[in-house]
Ligand binder design. Sequence first.
Ligand SMILES: CC(=O)SCCNC(=O)CCNC(=O)[C@H](O)C(C)(C)COP(=O)(O)OP(=O)(O)OC[C@H]1O[C@@H](n2cnc3c(N)ncnc32)[C@H](O)[C@@H]1OP(=O)(O)O
Ligand SMILES: N[C@@H](CCO)C(=O)O
Length: 305
Amino acid sequence: MPIKVPDHLPAKEILASENIFVMDESVAYHQDIRPLRIAILNLMPTKETTETQLLRLIGNTPLQVEIVLLHPKTHTSKNTSAEHLASFYQTFDDIADQRYDGMIITGAPVEQMPFEDVNYWEELKDIMDWSARRVTSTFHICWGAQAGLYHHFGIPKVDLDNKLFGVFPHTLSKRNVPLLRGFDEMFYVPQSRHTGVNREDIAKTPELEIWSESDEAGVYIAATSDGRQIFVTGHSEYDPHTLKWEYDRDKAKGLRIDVPRNYFPSNDPTRQPLSTWRAHANLLFSNWLNYYVYQQTPYDLGAGI
Ligand SMILES: CC(=O)SCCNC(=O)CCNC(=O)[C@H](O)C(C)(C)COP(=O)(O)OP(=O)(O)OC[C@H]1O[C@@H](n2cnc3c(N)ncnc32)[C@H](O)[C@@H]1OP(=O)(O)O
Ligand SMILES: N[C@@H](CCO)C(=O)O
């Protein structure tokens, strides 16, 4: 939450230059409070795991948040039961006439096929177009970020020579960005993908800025300068054991898979991995909810965006 200070206090300028959020008394006086409405488009096959991971991070805020879970109606889920979807999920048709304060579009294990071969691609394009008009800020994760960069800006995804798999050091590429408030100069992020997006393609797109990247893992966060569209290539939401689960799964299937980098103590897969990214993940989501959703969204959603 912001620090509220008298309008002309000298410290205000210093704190603002340090990327600390300071709010004028006059703004604070006029700020109304209501629960935030967040839609999560869950494209993962492991839906219940992803729900838990995202809700854990979204729940780490003093703000009240109302969640609607969405799944694509043009895809029949193999790994999630129809009962679970019927009990807890809606589809885009149910909410298309509404506005939301925030939206999260998750990753999906379809990165190695062309976007157009994904059976819910047409539906996803409609949802992404709607999000640009009707959602204050949309947070895209991994394949969701690749899909958003491709659909909104024509940026292609590219195959990597080897799966990018492990926990990698990342740095800040732009200072004074509210999403990165409180971040360390270097922080860790799990990455688990066979594809990526070329830095040059993002850098030459006038609407986009690069906010964080990694020597080994490439661009981590790109966004429109107003933060209404945020694209995050890694999986900060992953639990401590998620990469181990993916590694064991692929080993059991006889697939060629390297030990995830910088993950197991001494790179020994028989040892228990430790989370080194949880603090940054919590900060990333609480900054997004606060600065790009709560502080930006109109009190009366019907009247705004
Ligand atoms: C790059 C990123 O975004 S990383 C995020 C993705 N990561 C993950 O999904 C990790 C967890 N997933 C997994 O471990 C595996 O997908 C498993 C174990 C759940 C299932 O694997 P498999 O049995 O090999 O594949 P399966 O045939 O069930 O398809 C897996 C998923 O791919 C997706 N998929 C496959 N083909 C298509 C297609 N043509 N169109 C759309 N989705 C497709 C679906 O989401 C499907 O699962 P769902 O029907 O339950 O939604
Ligand atoms: N993180 C995913 C990548 C596949 O898209 C997995 O390992 O299943």
